[in-house]
Design a protein around this ligand. Structure first.
Ligand code: ADP
Ligand code: MG
Length: 623
């Protein structure tokens, strides 16, 4: 503290200076001509002069500048106090005019004191900078700040604090105990507890809660606060920041949801009865990144062993044309379903269905991964074989009535004419010859019928043979007709001389038989069935065929009751029937479907209610 000098007598001051030699304050006494009367050592330093050079001369150096500064300001009778920057240092400068011994009369003298305050000043600047920086930071971070003075209960909000809460200083008074009404009802208790904590002098860190703006918007807030202490160390206020973390919350929520879904997906994959493998593909080739439990059980491979052995370890024969198609589909980033014999790690094999689904980062781009589903078809194949056989027996049962009738018809002339022939044998040899011819013909016809039935009934696993389809179709139609009611007429429009395909005669019979029976049933046993056989070349685009052809087209058309779309959608399901018990088993079309499929062909049904139905089969022709 600089001593307060007004009123001090000159003489007192003079003697005082002796003592002030050692203080850091720079002190100088000057007269009304600005001449230096006295100066302590510190002051001489600032004047940049020795005592001899300074005393009695006009004041120089920093003190001259201080004087000029003092005179440029409005002053209180020569008494002034200001801060001044000189030669890289800050000074607090004070001037005191001296009065006479009466304490009132002005004298010609004045004291100038300068104290270096650079350090304090720097701290002050730093502080200002910190405050400014803080303000800027809160503005950039969209952070609201608040300060509550405990004693008065007064709370101040920064402008952004109002914005964050969707209120204005006109409509909302902070510290009025109304903060609760901005908080989501479910979070009010939590916030109230935090507020009590704060009031007890505890800091709050990362208190997260929701507020509801007056327009209904929900916002997640994060609150942090500190207790402020006064210079005596007593807590007097809390200062806090408030931040909108809705976006971060949303992302956190999304991430949690994603993880949850991933976990579910993973569980689902692991629980799937089908084998699932995930493959990634890049320049270095394919690698298996995941196989599920079913895949491991099915193939005895895990992703490591599969990567080591290569994906070609999966088929029993990597040069199988179907497997080559799989590889082609992969390199074309295509999907597809393929039936192929697969090999387990121990070398045993099983019939499998491999389904390939490409995964792309962007639609239209090459696949970066494939999901491969693997199904063991063993049980299915066994079931299908049983189904096929039992359906054949059923068809045979249906046939037998008609066949018995036919054979009976053929036996009639054989029996009658052999009796008659015996009678006329001696008298009329020509007549007898005629009778024997009829007997022979009937016998041959009967043998043919029996042959057809036997062919059909033979329990064989059909060998697909390359053969001419035309005579097979003729045979099949003829056989089928025998099992149909008498009021059904059949018109054959066979437009092919010959056409080769790989199939089995028995199966052709079974297909034709089933389709013609359905046609007959649809017409209640009275009406016309048209069987058509022709060819579809690659130039005739038929939608939905699995290749360009040529295709042998066999169709069976009726003018029966037709089907509504719901029925049509289900006809290939095994055991789906609309017919009364004892009449239909619902196996016919499902068997036709699987037979035609095994030939590499396709079946299509066109049907209109009350207009009739056409069943069309496409068989790949061998050329
Ligand atoms: P089923 O003849 O034993 O009922 P199918 O599998 O042969 O079994 O046929 C299934 C169902 O499809 C039939 O019950 C019938 O409703 C329908 N359906 C099949 N063919 C025809 C057709 N030509 N006209 C009308 N409906 C048909
Ligand atoms: Mg049927």
């Amino acid at each position: 503290m600089t001593p307060s000098l007004p009123g001090a007598a000159v003489g007192d001051v003079m003697s005082l200076f002796g003592f002030l030699e050692s203080v850091q304050n720079c002190l100088a006494l000057i007269d009304d001509q600005d001449r230096v009367i006295m100066a302590n050592r510190s002051a001489l330093g600032l004047m940049g002069a020795t005592r001899e050079a300074a005393i009695g001369r006009p004041v120089g150096g920093a003190f001259r500048i201080f004087l000029e500064r003092m005179r440029s300001r409005p002053s209180d009778g020569g008494q002034a106090r200001f801060e001044h920057f000189y030669d890289n240092e800050w000074y607090t400068v004070q001037t005191y005019p001296l009065v006479g011994p009466d304490g009132r009369t002005p004298t010609r003298y004045m004291i100038i004191s300068a104290i270096e305050i650079t350090f304090r000043k720097r701290r002050e600047f730093d502080f200002i900078e910190t405050v400014a920086g803080l303000e800027e930071a809160t503005r950039i971070a969209q952070m609201g700040t608040f300060k509550s003075i405990w004693q008065t209960g007064q709370t101040e909000w920064s402008p952004h604090m109002y914005t964050l809460h969707g209120v204005t200083p006109d409509t909302y008074q902070p510290g009025s105990g109304r903060y609760e009404e901005l908080v989501h009802p479910e979070d009010r208790d939590y916030v109230a507890r935090a507020e009590r904590d704060l009031a007890q002098g505890n800091a709050m860190a990362n208190v997260q809660f929701r507020v509801i703006l007056r327009d209904g918007t929900l916002r997640w807030m994060r609150l942090d606060s500190r207790v402020l202490f006064d210079s005596s160390g007593a807590p007097y206020a809390s200062f806090g920041t408030c931040q909108d973390i809705s976006e971060a919350k949303r992302r956190e929520e999304e991430l949690r949801e994603l993880l949850r879904r991933n976990a579910i997906l993973y569980e689902a994959l692991e629980a799937s009865p089908n084998g699932v493998a995930v493959l990634t593909t890049d320049d270095a080739g394919l690698s298996v990144v995941y196989v599920n439990a079913a895949f491991e059980a099915l193939t005895q491979h895990n992703s490591f062993s599969l990567n080591t052995a290569g994906f070609d370890a999966l088929p029993s024969d990597p040069s199988d044309p179907v497997w080559i198609k799989v590889a082609a589909a992969m390199s074309a980033s295509d999907g597809g379903a393929f039936e192929i014999e697969c090999r387990r790690r121990d070398g045993t094999v099983f019939p499998g269905q491999v389904e390939l689904a490409p995964v792309r980062d962007h639609p239209g781009r090459a696949a970066t991964a494939f999901v491969v589903t693997l199904r063991d078809l063993t049980a299915e194949k066994e079931r299908a074989a049983v189904l096929l056989q039992s359906q054949k027996m059923e068809a045979l049962g249906q046939l037998s009535g008609g066949v018995a009738h036919e054979i009976n018809n053929l036996l009639q002339p054989v029996i009658a004419l052999s009796d008659l022939g015996m009678d006329v044998l001696d008298k009329d040899a020509a007549k007898a010859k005629q009778y024997f011819e009829v007997i022979g013909n009937s016998g041959r016809k009967a043998r043919e019928v029996v042959r057809q039935v036997l062919t059909f009934a033979r329990r064989d696993t059909p060998q697909l043979l390359s053969q001419d389809v035309v005579p097979l179709v003729i045979d099949a139609v003829n056989l089928a007709v025998k099992g149909l009611p008498p009021n059904i007429t059949v018109e054959s429009q066979l437009q092919l001389e010959t056409a080769t395909a790989a199939l089995s005669a028995t199966q052709v019979s079974q297909v034709v038989l089933n389709l013609m029976r359905n046609a007959s049933d649809a017409m209640n046993g009275r009406g016309r069935i048209i069987v058509n056989l022709d060819r579809v070349g690659p130039e005739q685009a038929v939608a939905g065929l699995p290749g360009p052809g040529p295709w042998i087209r066999l169709s069976v058309k009726d003018q029966g009751c037709g089907m509504d779309p719901q029925t049509l959608a289900r006809v290939f399901e095994p055991f789906f029937t609309t017919k009364p018990v004892g009449k239909g088993t619902g196996l016919g079309l499902s068997v036709v479907y699987s037979i035609v499929n095994s030939w590499g062909g396709t079946i299509k049904l066109e049907s209109d209610i009350d207009q009739g139905t056409t069943a069309v089969i496409y068989i790949p022709e061998q050329t």
